[in-house]
Design a binder for this molecule. Sequence first.
Ligand code: BES
Ligand code: ZN
Length: 747
Amino acid sequence: MESPTTYEHSDAMVPDQKNAFVFTGNIRVKLVRRLGFISSSRHCLRKRVRFLLIMSFLILTLLLVIGVRSPNVNSPPDRQSAELSLSRRLPLDVKPTNYKIKLTPYLDEEDLERLFTFDGEVYILVTCRQMTDTVTLHAASLSVDIESIQVTDMNGDVNMGVVATNIVSQFDFFVINLKHSLQVGRQYIMYMKYSGNMTTDNRWLGFIASYSGTRYIASTHLEPTYARSVFPCFDEPSLKATFDITVKHRLGRSALSNMPNIKNHTQGEWNTAYFNTTVVMSTYLVAVVVSDFECKEAVSEGVQFRVWSAKDDLKDTQFALEIGMQFLSYFEDLWYIPYPLPKLDMVIIDIDGSGAMENWGLITFNSPMVLYNKVNDSLSQQVTVAMTVVHELTHMWFGNIVTLDWWDDTWLKEGFADFFQFWGVDHLKPGWHVYEEFYQDRITFQAFLADMDPDSQSIVAPAGKYRPPVEQFATTSYKKGAAMVMMMQTFLGEETFYEGVRNYLMRHLYGSVKRTDLWACLTEADIGKGDTDFRSLMEPWLLYPGYPLVTILRQGSVITVEQEQFLIQPLKKIRLNKDVSDTILCTGLIHSSERDWVAALAVLLKSNNNRLSVNSRKSLACSRLPVVLQRYMEQSTHAGDFADIIGDVRDSSPMGFQIAWNYTLENFDTLSKIDKASTYDLLWKFVNHMNSDKDLDNYKNLRRYITKDMTDDYYKQYAVINGNKDWMKMNYQDVADFLKNKIPSVT
Ligand code: BES
Ligand code: ZN
């Protein structure tokens, strides 16, 4: 951990030094720098100070409410076992350039003996980069016909002689030892025949056989490391190559792959479908589907769009098709890079659970998340469809054209896709206001909630620590990753951000990237504007788990700013029976201005999300501005849920209690005309918290509203207040002592 750095200034203004804050007035500033989260750039210092102040209030209050303050347990990255992680990676002796793959899945009773298995053949064209007599590639759960393996020179004239093969199962390595060494700069062809089992248990991995309602179909899901269970390959994202795919299937189904079908050869009951050569891409993006599906089709700017589904679902695919075409054209214009393939198929496969996969040119959705029926479905289903399609299409640029060098930067594609699914849908359907939910749902709710847990993991694995690729697809890569993208965009402003990202995509077209490549382009775009060093700004957010708790203390003329990792104990341990997002929203609104409150109300009125509505409604009642609460209740008088809104104000604070009580009495007649039962119910609910002489007097004022049929209830409630009052008298001292111990005095 860094040792604390202290800056002291006795002047009114602090110059534009790194790690300094700007304050006006005769105040000394003491900044305690703990984890390196704080870095500065001139043009946003003021914004940042305001942000830090709000954050600190917010989080401090949250801590008070929850009563937990955990120690700082952040530790520096673990530097052990760097070698271990290397040994799991393929050696760099040979590099693949092209694969020719032929797959034959067996899906029918006629092939009973082979049912749900497949045959494969692969030719891999490789270039030798370092002289070697051993080639290591990946294969998992495949039976390779050892006799069939051949390694020859480019022309097939010189046989390099296979001496032995080995399997290193913990790394899925398939090792071929050769008689003659491969020579640097020369190209060779490796050939082998093999077979494998299809996945039939509803897991979305490898070569999958699933039932479509009419017959079995075949599809693939290869990310992150399942390509090796469909064809022997160099299964790392940066080892890109082109692919020529061939699929043999029985008549009655059709085959799809990443590229258009260019040739078919039918013989007896079988058809062999040939597909055009792909662009240069990673193994995890290869895809094949063999199905009896039907499609809807449209052509836009030279790209053929099709959505494929089982016949019955086809009528509900129109919206996915439309939104897909619109988004593609928006993204082409935004990045100045056209979608590079001549076609884009989207296939809806019915496998349990939900999920989608951005195979280049052949996106698969294993769920109804992309079906929308105009008559029967809600707007929120339509929003889900748009978000899902836009997420996967975002990957065509972020992930497919520009690919991660390694899985530790998974956030680079999933964070971008998670961000742009909001940003993109907001652009295409501004009336839906989905981006307004981004902060509340993705950041405040999902990212913060996951990241305040002591078990939360950093987005990027600590240096030298191996994290299995599949574990990189955790909430943090998506939600916190999306928050990172939002931070960069708001920090730079839209135009500078786009400029930097355009450069990043353009410079690494069809290549592989590390996050440092993004930092370089963003830093470059900001030259002469904010001159921000993106590496030092962003890296700590990725390398450490959690987020900072910033505490600002003022003692006389000295202000101390401290930061540490914000942690909360797992919710079950502290028995929080309230949704934490309530607490966060509520705390935010307690300290907000009238303008913020009005903005929050606007979000609520537009929202059709139930969870959000209840949370937001309760949170709006947290305001400490009487005028705002008064207006809130007035606005709600004619709404069906007036009792809930007044009840929320009543329960939010002692002040809210008083305002709600006065309001209810003053408007009793109007309210009871709308709903008599709710109005009385509302009144009775004040009673539990009434326990003084004054409360009893207040309650007596109610008498004039009590109708005959309510008289009994009225006296019952009267008795409750009397009882509360007596209890309070008897226990007054104990309660006072209890409160004194529980709530530290604030001086
Ligand atoms: N690339 C992922 C699919 C994936 C997820 C592969 C996990 C390997 C491991 C895809 O873009 C994705 O994020 N899909 C989501 C749905 C999406 C709409 C958020 C999924 O499958 O849950
Ligand atoms: Zn994704």
